[in-house]
Ligand binder design. Sequence first.
Ligand code: GLU
Length: 446
Amino acid sequence: MTKPIVRFAPSPTGLIHIGNARTALLNALFARREGGSFILRFDDTDLERSRQEYIDAITVDLGWLGIEPARVEYQSKRFGIYDEVAERLRKAGLLYACYETAEELEMRRRRQLARGLPPVYDRAALKLADEDRKDLEAQGRRPHWRFKLDHRVVTWNDLIRGECKVDCASLSDPVLIREDGTYLYTLPSVTDDADMGVTHIIRGEDHVTNTAVQVQIFEALGADVPVFGHHNLLTTARGEGLSKRLGHLSLSSLREDGMEPMAVASLAVLVGSAEAVRAIPTLDELAALIDFSHISRAPAKFDEHELEHLNARLVHEMPYAVAEARLKALSIEGGEDFWLAVRTNLVRLPQAREWWDVVNGPITPVIENPDFIAKAAAVLPEAPWDTTIWKQWTEAVKAETGAKGKDLFMPLRLAVTGVGHGPELAALLPLIGRDKTLQRLSGKKA
Ligand code: GLU
């Protein structure tokens, strides 16, 4: 295969969510695996709604996932190119001026429906003479511009959906330029895909209906038609679409919530495919699992509990070298011994902070039976301490008091850590150290 050139083309009008991450990752990982290149293209032709803050946020989110674009483009800087392409299409008789108002079009649509006809634009504007156009413009009407579709069947072999066919005679000629001269998404998108040599367009199936029109525009421009792949969309567990307004599923809120990028990436890529959803530790390994023909046609449900589960798996197995910088950023100084002691108790890495606070103190000891704890304190082994101290100590306490099982361990844990659950005390005790343990056993905050 020639090296693929792919793109992810968000409109920077909101934060991106895990469903957008699915599109971005399918493109970026496919390019990575095949030695191709990945373009990040901001579809920011809507100057009113596009914001720099979203451009920045999307860049940060993709960087967090580990996606580094080979090229970044902004449609807002390319209006001159779109104007030239529009002019070419006009000259070829493929882009024509229409003057109907939205109300007129709506009335016509209703009439067609009432007569049992498909509500397709009737191309009335094509019949206008130059004089008619002048009159309309003299009345202050501005044209919008439609692409004249060739009324034939367009077929493409979708990477994910297989053979697709659309009879373009059943479609209205699409509006490419609005009355105020602004572009709808179609023309800039095809122009850029052609200009940037995009070989594969992998995107959500909400765009499947645009494809036949786009194929015709590629052909009208004399460009190679890319390969298309339309993937299923992620929905919430209740089956609702993920919208940009669903803030808590935005990548930035998942990140702030302490989620691992590879947990998000693993779920975003593997859900709704033939692969079992599981935590994959690296992007290269995840890239190896992508198989477009194995992506399901049914919507894929995004389940937050599944994400937590994947996240926990990654954290439980995370080597210290991977966690180190992030632990330091959380002011956790316990080093590798601390990390290995607590990681299997975490769902999210930042929760390590709670256990660091327990180790480092001060905590308030919980002592329900002071006599028992005083006896335990009396047999606390001498320093130096290592991971065998817990066993030595509990055996000594058992010999002294006769307590065993939970009655032995729980009061000690409550006194030494202030809580009734947590990582193995064998690992925590040497980290807490003898002096602090002794203070806690005497009931002092330490
Ligand atoms: N800006 C479009 C979107 O966000 C891109 C669609 C496409 O990939 O062609 O939906």
